[in-house]
Design a binder for this molecule. Structure first.
Ligand SMILES: NC(=O)c1ccc[n+]([C@@H]2O[C@H](COP(=O)([O-])OP(=O)(O)OC[C@H]3O[C@@H](n4cnc5c(N)ncnc54)[C@H](OP(=O)(O)O)[C@@H]3O)[C@@H](O)[C@H]2O)c1
Length: 322
Protein backbone atom coordinates (compact mmCIF):
# COMPACT_ATOMS: atom_id res chain seq x y z
CA UNK A 1 0.00 0.00 0.00
CA UNK A 2 1.19 3.53 -0.83
CA UNK A 3 2.07 6.07 1.90
CA UNK A 4 0.41 9.10 0.31
CA UNK A 5 -2.62 9.89 -1.81
CA UNK A 6 -4.08 12.70 -3.89
CA UNK A 7 -6.88 14.82 -2.44
CA UNK A 8 -8.57 18.20 -2.86
CA UNK A 9 -9.05 20.51 0.09
CA UNK A 10 -8.10 23.85 1.57
CA UNK A 11 -5.31 25.22 3.74
CA UNK A 12 -7.19 28.38 4.65
CA UNK A 13 -10.86 29.36 4.54
CA UNK A 14 -12.06 31.36 1.56
CA UNK A 15 -13.77 31.40 -1.84
CA UNK A 16 -13.85 28.34 -4.15
CA UNK A 17 -10.34 29.11 -5.46
CA UNK A 18 -8.83 28.08 -2.10
CA UNK A 19 -9.59 24.47 -3.03
CA UNK A 20 -6.29 22.95 -4.15
CA UNK A 21 -4.54 19.61 -4.69
CA UNK A 22 -3.12 18.20 -1.44
CA UNK A 23 -0.73 15.31 -0.95
CA UNK A 24 -2.06 13.50 2.14
CA UNK A 25 -0.98 10.48 4.15
CA UNK A 26 -3.08 7.40 3.45
CA UNK A 27 -5.95 7.29 6.00
CA UNK A 28 -5.28 4.93 8.91
CA UNK A 29 -7.38 1.79 9.12
CA UNK A 30 -8.71 1.05 12.61
CA UNK A 31 -10.09 -2.34 13.79
CA UNK A 32 -13.73 -1.23 13.18
CA UNK A 33 -13.25 0.69 9.96
CA UNK A 34 -13.06 0.05 6.23
CA UNK A 35 -10.67 1.62 3.72
CA UNK A 36 -12.50 2.66 0.54
CA UNK A 37 -10.89 3.32 -2.84
CA UNK A 38 -13.13 6.27 -3.67
CA UNK A 39 -14.67 6.24 -7.16
CA UNK A 40 -17.04 9.21 -6.80
CA UNK A 41 -17.79 11.86 -4.19
CA UNK A 42 -20.96 13.88 -3.67
CA UNK A 43 -20.86 17.68 -3.26
CA UNK A 44 -23.09 19.25 -0.59
CA UNK A 45 -23.73 22.84 0.53
CA UNK A 46 -22.00 21.77 3.77
CA UNK A 47 -18.74 21.41 1.78
CA UNK A 48 -18.97 25.03 0.65
CA UNK A 49 -19.91 26.19 4.15
CA UNK A 50 -16.86 24.44 5.66
CA UNK A 51 -14.62 25.90 2.95
CA UNK A 52 -15.90 29.45 3.60
CA UNK A 53 -15.34 28.94 7.33
CA UNK A 54 -19.04 29.42 8.06
CA UNK A 55 -18.93 26.74 10.78
CA UNK A 56 -15.52 27.62 12.20
CA UNK A 57 -16.83 28.79 15.60
CA UNK A 58 -19.13 25.77 15.96
CA UNK A 59 -17.28 22.81 14.45
CA UNK A 60 -13.51 22.70 14.80
CA UNK A 61 -11.71 21.21 11.82
CA UNK A 62 -8.00 20.73 11.32
CA UNK A 63 -6.42 22.59 8.41
CA UNK A 64 -5.49 21.55 5.78
CA UNK A 65 -8.96 20.03 5.45
CA UNK A 66 -9.95 17.52 2.77
CA UNK A 67 -13.50 18.43 1.65
CA UNK A 68 -16.33 16.01 1.01
CA UNK A 69 -18.86 14.12 3.13
CA UNK A 70 -20.23 11.57 0.63
CA UNK A 71 -18.28 8.73 -0.98
CA UNK A 72 -18.96 5.71 -3.15
CA UNK A 73 -16.22 3.24 -3.97
CA UNK A 74 -14.63 -0.16 -3.55
CA UNK A 75 -13.45 -1.71 -0.29
CA UNK A 76 -9.63 -1.82 -0.35
CA UNK A 77 -9.05 -3.16 3.19
CA UNK A 78 -11.08 -3.99 6.30
CA UNK A 79 -10.23 -3.71 10.00
CA UNK A 80 -9.89 -6.90 12.04
CA UNK A 81 -13.37 -6.52 13.68
CA UNK A 82 -15.20 -5.99 10.39
CA UNK A 83 -16.95 -9.09 9.08
CA UNK A 84 -19.91 -7.72 7.10
CA UNK A 85 -17.76 -6.19 4.32
CA UNK A 86 -14.84 -7.61 2.35
CA UNK A 87 -12.20 -6.36 -0.05
CA UNK A 88 -13.75 -5.72 -3.47
CA UNK A 89 -17.28 -4.87 -2.19
CA UNK A 90 -18.96 -1.83 -3.75
CA UNK A 91 -20.06 0.49 -0.91
CA UNK A 92 -21.12 4.04 -0.08
CA UNK A 93 -21.32 6.19 3.04
CA UNK A 94 -21.62 9.59 4.64
CA UNK A 95 -18.40 10.63 6.42
CA UNK A 96 -18.35 12.34 9.85
CA UNK A 97 -19.07 16.04 9.33
CA UNK A 98 -16.06 17.39 11.21
CA UNK A 99 -13.65 15.01 9.47
CA UNK A 100 -14.58 15.33 5.79
CA UNK A 101 -12.19 13.43 3.53
CA UNK A 102 -14.43 12.59 0.56
CA UNK A 103 -12.57 14.44 -2.22
CA UNK A 104 -9.69 11.96 -2.10
CA UNK A 105 -8.39 8.76 -3.62
CA UNK A 106 -9.04 6.84 -0.38
CA UNK A 107 -11.28 7.34 2.66
CA UNK A 108 -11.61 5.44 5.93
CA UNK A 109 -15.17 4.89 7.13
CA UNK A 110 -16.48 3.34 10.35
CA UNK A 111 -18.16 0.09 9.31
CA UNK A 112 -21.41 0.98 11.14
CA UNK A 113 -21.99 3.93 8.81
CA UNK A 114 -21.46 1.97 5.59
CA UNK A 115 -23.88 0.28 3.20
CA UNK A 116 -23.33 -1.81 0.11
CA UNK A 117 -24.05 0.10 -3.10
CA UNK A 118 -27.65 -0.14 -4.39
CA UNK A 119 -27.59 -2.79 -7.15
CA UNK A 120 -29.27 -0.42 -9.62
CA UNK A 121 -26.93 2.59 -9.17
CA UNK A 122 -23.51 3.44 -10.59
CA UNK A 123 -20.83 4.77 -8.22
CA UNK A 124 -21.48 8.28 -9.56
CA UNK A 125 -25.22 8.03 -8.85
CA UNK A 126 -24.67 6.44 -5.44
CA UNK A 127 -22.28 9.16 -4.28
CA UNK A 128 -25.15 11.66 -4.66
CA UNK A 129 -27.22 9.82 -2.07
CA UNK A 130 -25.88 9.53 1.51
CA UNK A 131 -25.93 12.96 3.21
CA UNK A 132 -28.97 14.38 1.40
CA UNK A 133 -31.05 11.19 1.55
CA UNK A 134 -30.11 10.58 5.21
CA UNK A 135 -31.21 14.14 6.01
CA UNK A 136 -34.57 13.57 4.34
CA UNK A 137 -34.98 10.10 5.85
CA UNK A 138 -33.97 11.05 9.41
CA UNK A 139 -36.15 14.17 9.31
CA UNK A 140 -39.25 12.39 8.06
CA UNK A 141 -38.80 9.13 9.95
CA UNK A 142 -37.07 9.93 13.22
CA UNK A 143 -38.17 13.49 13.93
CA UNK A 144 -41.52 13.86 12.12
CA UNK A 145 -42.55 10.18 12.49
CA UNK A 146 -44.53 10.49 9.28
CA UNK A 147 -47.58 8.22 8.98
CA UNK A 148 -49.45 7.13 5.84
CA UNK A 149 -51.84 9.86 4.60
CA UNK A 150 -50.06 12.60 6.59
CA UNK A 151 -50.05 15.86 4.67
CA UNK A 152 -46.50 17.11 4.17
CA UNK A 153 -45.29 20.42 2.80
CA UNK A 154 -41.71 20.32 1.47
CA UNK A 155 -40.12 23.72 0.86
CA UNK A 156 -37.03 23.58 -1.39
CA UNK A 157 -38.30 20.39 -3.05
CA UNK A 158 -35.96 20.65 -6.05
CA UNK A 159 -32.68 20.78 -4.08
CA UNK A 160 -30.40 18.00 -2.91
CA UNK A 161 -32.38 17.25 0.24
CA UNK A 162 -35.78 18.19 -1.22
CA UNK A 163 -35.59 15.77 -4.16
CA UNK A 164 -35.04 12.90 -1.70
CA UNK A 165 -37.62 14.22 0.79
CA UNK A 166 -40.37 14.25 -1.88
CA UNK A 167 -39.62 10.65 -2.88
CA UNK A 168 -39.14 9.30 0.66
CA UNK A 169 -42.28 11.01 2.01
CA UNK A 170 -44.25 9.54 -0.89
CA UNK A 171 -42.75 6.09 -0.24
CA UNK A 172 -43.91 6.44 3.39
CA UNK A 173 -47.47 6.93 2.11
CA UNK A 174 -47.69 10.65 2.79
CA UNK A 175 -49.60 13.18 0.71
CA UNK A 176 -46.80 15.44 -0.56
CA UNK A 177 -47.02 19.11 -1.48
CA UNK A 178 -43.76 20.35 -3.00
CA UNK A 179 -42.68 23.99 -3.18
CA UNK A 180 -40.19 25.09 -5.87
CA UNK A 181 -39.71 27.70 -8.60
CA UNK A 182 -41.19 27.54 -12.11
CA UNK A 183 -38.16 25.91 -13.75
CA UNK A 184 -38.34 22.90 -11.42
CA UNK A 185 -42.08 22.18 -11.61
CA UNK A 186 -41.76 19.24 -14.01
CA UNK A 187 -38.87 17.76 -12.00
CA UNK A 188 -40.82 17.60 -8.73
CA UNK A 189 -43.87 16.30 -10.58
CA UNK A 190 -41.74 13.44 -11.98
CA UNK A 191 -40.49 12.74 -8.43
CA UNK A 192 -44.08 12.04 -7.41
CA UNK A 193 -45.31 15.15 -5.58
CA UNK A 194 -49.11 15.05 -5.31
CA UNK A 195 -49.45 18.86 -5.39
CA UNK A 196 -46.94 21.52 -6.40
CA UNK A 197 -46.69 25.18 -5.44
CA UNK A 198 -44.63 27.55 -7.58
CA UNK A 199 -43.35 30.00 -4.98
CA UNK A 200 -42.69 32.62 -7.65
CA UNK A 201 -46.45 32.76 -8.33
CA UNK A 202 -48.10 31.77 -5.05
CA UNK A 203 -47.03 32.70 -1.54
CA UNK A 204 -47.04 29.91 1.04
CA UNK A 205 -48.26 32.55 3.50
CA UNK A 206 -51.77 32.17 2.08
CA UNK A 207 -51.97 28.38 2.55
CA UNK A 208 -54.72 27.06 4.84
CA UNK A 209 -53.87 25.32 8.12
CA UNK A 210 -53.78 21.73 6.80
CA UNK A 211 -50.28 20.19 7.04
CA UNK A 212 -49.11 17.63 9.60
CA UNK A 213 -45.46 18.33 8.79
CA UNK A 214 -43.69 21.26 7.19
CA UNK A 215 -40.21 20.16 6.02
CA UNK A 216 -38.29 23.39 5.50
CA UNK A 217 -34.92 23.22 3.74
CA UNK A 218 -34.35 26.99 3.96
CA UNK A 219 -32.18 28.31 6.76
CA UNK A 220 -34.74 30.80 8.07
CA UNK A 221 -34.42 32.35 11.47
CA UNK A 222 -36.26 32.87 13.78
CA UNK A 223 -39.70 32.76 12.03
CA UNK A 224 -40.60 30.59 9.06
CA UNK A 225 -42.77 31.85 6.20
CA UNK A 226 -45.62 29.44 5.65
CA UNK A 227 -45.61 27.97 9.17
CA UNK A 228 -49.23 29.12 9.64
CA UNK A 229 -50.16 26.20 7.35
CA UNK A 230 -49.12 23.65 10.02
CA UNK A 231 -52.08 21.97 11.76
CA UNK A 232 -52.44 22.22 15.53
CA UNK A 233 -50.29 19.42 16.95
CA UNK A 234 -48.25 19.27 13.74
CA UNK A 235 -44.54 19.90 13.38
CA UNK A 236 -42.03 22.13 11.67
CA UNK A 237 -38.79 20.41 10.70
CA UNK A 238 -35.97 22.78 9.89
CA UNK A 239 -32.56 22.00 8.43
CA UNK A 240 -31.28 24.94 10.45
CA UNK A 241 -30.30 23.63 13.93
CA UNK A 242 -30.21 27.31 14.99
CA UNK A 243 -34.02 27.14 14.99
CA UNK A 244 -33.79 25.32 18.35
CA UNK A 245 -33.78 28.65 20.17
CA UNK A 246 -36.18 29.94 22.83
CA UNK A 247 -37.77 32.64 20.61
CA UNK A 248 -38.64 30.28 17.75
CA UNK A 249 -39.66 27.54 20.21
CA UNK A 250 -42.04 29.85 22.09
CA UNK A 251 -43.49 31.19 18.84
CA UNK A 252 -44.11 27.63 17.59
CA UNK A 253 -45.70 26.56 20.87
CA UNK A 254 -48.02 29.57 20.90
CA UNK A 255 -49.11 28.67 17.38
CA UNK A 256 -49.79 25.05 18.29
CA UNK A 257 -47.00 23.14 16.57
CA UNK A 258 -43.66 21.53 17.50
CA UNK A 259 -40.44 22.90 16.11
CA UNK A 260 -37.31 20.88 15.53
CA UNK A 261 -34.10 22.03 13.89
CA UNK A 262 -31.90 18.99 13.35
CA UNK A 263 -28.51 17.89 12.03
CA UNK A 264 -28.07 14.78 9.91
CA UNK A 265 -25.76 12.07 11.29
CA UNK A 266 -23.96 9.26 9.44
CA UNK A 267 -25.92 6.04 10.09
CA UNK A 268 -25.43 2.74 8.26
CA UNK A 269 -28.77 1.30 9.35
CA UNK A 270 -30.66 4.28 7.90
CA UNK A 271 -28.50 4.16 4.75
CA UNK A 272 -29.34 0.48 4.27
CA UNK A 273 -33.06 1.34 4.48
CA UNK A 274 -32.50 4.02 1.84
CA UNK A 275 -30.62 1.43 -0.25
CA UNK A 276 -33.74 -0.78 -0.18
CA UNK A 277 -35.98 2.13 -1.25
CA UNK A 278 -33.58 2.80 -4.15
CA UNK A 279 -33.56 -0.85 -5.19
CA UNK A 280 -37.38 -0.95 -5.04
CA UNK A 281 -37.41 1.94 -7.51
CA UNK A 282 -39.10 4.23 -4.96
CA UNK A 283 -36.16 6.64 -4.61
CA UNK A 284 -33.53 7.66 -7.11
CA UNK A 285 -30.92 10.41 -7.05
CA UNK A 286 -31.33 13.41 -9.35
CA UNK A 287 -27.95 14.53 -10.65
CA UNK A 288 -27.74 18.04 -12.05
CA UNK A 289 -24.04 18.16 -13.03
CA UNK A 290 -20.92 16.01 -12.74
CA UNK A 291 -17.33 17.25 -12.49
CA UNK A 292 -13.82 15.84 -12.47
CA UNK A 293 -12.12 15.96 -9.03
CA UNK A 294 -9.82 18.66 -10.40
CA UNK A 295 -12.94 20.79 -11.09
CA UNK A 296 -14.07 20.76 -7.46
CA UNK A 297 -13.87 24.56 -7.22
CA UNK A 298 -16.28 24.90 -10.21
CA UNK A 299 -18.70 22.54 -8.45
CA UNK A 300 -18.57 24.77 -5.36
CA UNK A 301 -19.22 27.89 -7.46
CA UNK A 302 -22.31 26.28 -8.94
CA UNK A 303 -23.49 25.00 -5.54
CA UNK A 304 -23.20 28.52 -4.16
CA UNK A 305 -25.62 29.87 -6.79
CA UNK A 306 -28.31 27.96 -4.77
CA UNK A 307 -29.83 26.93 -8.10
CA UNK A 308 -28.75 23.28 -8.17
CA UNK A 309 -31.62 20.95 -9.11
CA UNK A 310 -30.81 17.74 -7.23
CA UNK A 311 -27.13 16.93 -6.67
CA UNK A 312 -23.56 17.54 -7.86
CA UNK A 313 -21.01 14.74 -8.10
CA UNK A 314 -17.21 14.55 -8.54
CA UNK A 315 -15.63 11.78 -10.60
CA UNK A 316 -12.53 10.59 -8.74
CA UNK A 317 -11.48 7.26 -10.28
CA UNK A 318 -12.13 7.52 -14.01
CA UNK A 319 -11.45 3.84 -14.63
CA UNK A 320 -14.34 2.75 -12.39
CA UNK A 321 -16.78 5.66 -12.50
CA UNK A 322 -19.34 4.35 -15.02
N1 LIG B 1 -29.29 20.27 9.09
C1 LIG B 1 -28.77 19.35 8.30
O1 LIG B 1 -28.41 18.26 8.72
C2 LIG B 1 -28.62 19.66 6.83
C3 LIG B 1 -28.39 18.61 5.93
C4 LIG B 1 -28.32 18.90 4.57
C5 LIG B 1 -28.45 20.22 4.13
N2 LIG B 1 -28.61 21.21 5.05
C6 LIG B 1 -28.80 22.63 4.60
O2 LIG B 1 -30.10 22.70 4.01
C7 LIG B 1 -30.11 23.57 2.92
C8 LIG B 1 -30.60 22.83 1.68
O3 LIG B 1 -29.66 21.81 1.32
P1 LIG B 1 -29.71 21.20 -0.15
O4 LIG B 1 -28.60 20.22 -0.27
O5 LIG B 1 -31.08 20.78 -0.47
O6 LIG B 1 -29.34 22.53 -0.98
P2 LIG B 1 -29.29 22.77 -2.52
O7 LIG B 1 -29.28 21.47 -3.25
O8 LIG B 1 -28.20 23.72 -2.80
O9 LIG B 1 -30.68 23.50 -2.80
C9 LIG B 1 -30.84 24.09 -4.05
C10 LIG B 1 -32.32 24.30 -4.28
O10 LIG B 1 -32.81 25.28 -3.36
C11 LIG B 1 -33.89 25.92 -3.99
N3 LIG B 1 -33.98 27.29 -3.50
C12 LIG B 1 -33.02 28.22 -3.52
N4 LIG B 1 -33.49 29.37 -3.01
C13 LIG B 1 -34.79 29.14 -2.65
C14 LIG B 1 -35.82 29.93 -2.08
N5 LIG B 1 -35.61 31.20 -1.76
N6 LIG B 1 -37.00 29.37 -1.84
C15 LIG B 1 -37.22 28.08 -2.16
N7 LIG B 1 -36.30 27.27 -2.72
C16 LIG B 1 -35.10 27.81 -2.95
C17 LIG B 1 -33.58 25.92 -5.47
O11 LIG B 1 -34.77 25.68 -6.13
P3 LIG B 1 -35.43 26.77 -7.08
O12 LIG B 1 -34.37 27.15 -8.10
O13 LIG B 1 -36.61 26.06 -7.64
O14 LIG B 1 -35.76 27.92 -6.19
C18 LIG B 1 -32.60 24.75 -5.66
O15 LIG B 1 -33.20 23.69 -6.37
C19 LIG B 1 -28.69 24.11 2.80
O16 LIG B 1 -28.64 25.34 3.50
C20 LIG B 1 -27.84 23.07 3.53
O17 LIG B 1 -26.65 23.63 4.06
C21 LIG B 1 -28.72 20.98 6.38
Amino acid sequence: MRDTMYAIGFKQYGNPEVLQPLERSMPTLTPDSVLIKVVAAGVNPADTNFRRGAFRFVIRVKLPFVSGLDVAGIVAAVGENVHQFKVGDSVYAMLPTSEGGGYAEYAVVHSTTLSRLPANLSFMQASAVPLAALTAYQGLNEYARVQPNDKILIYGASGGVGTFAVQIARAMGADVTAVCSTRNLSLVEELGAHSIIDYTKQSVDALPRMYDTFFDTRAQFPFVKGAQAIKRGGRLLSLNPGMNNPISGLYAKRNGYDLRGFLVTPNGEDLRKITKLVEQGLVSPVIDRTYMLSEASQSHMYSETKRVSGKLVLRIDETQAE
